[in-house]
Design a protein around this ligand. Structure first.
Ligand code: ZN
Length: 64
C-alpha cells in the first residue's frame, strides 16, 4: 500500500471528504475552522489541498 509521504504530514492521500470550497469530494481534505465575526460561532469545514493553497487556508491542526 502507498499512501504516506515522508516528513510533511500534509499531503497524505486517503483523507476523503467534502471540500466546502469547490463543493465536491476530494482526497486530502483537512479541517479548516472559520469564525464568523460578530456572532461568536465557529464553523468547521473541510478544504482540499488545492483550495487551501488557492485561498490561503490554514488547517486547524497546524495552528499554534
Ligand atoms: Zn477544494
Amino acid at each position: 500500500m502507498t499512501g504516506r509521504t515522508d516528513g510533511t504530514g500534509d499531503l497524505r492521500p486517503g483523507i476523503y471528504g467534502f471540500c466546502s470550497w469547490h463543493r465536491a469530494y476530494a482526497y486530502g481534505v483537512r479541517v479548516v475552522s472559520l469564525v464568523a465575526e460578530g456572532r461568536g460561532a465557529t464553523f468547521v469545514l473541510y478544504a482540499c489541498g488545492g483550495c487551501r493553497a488557492l485561498y490561503g487556508l490554514t488547517p486547524r491542526a497546524d495552528r499554534p
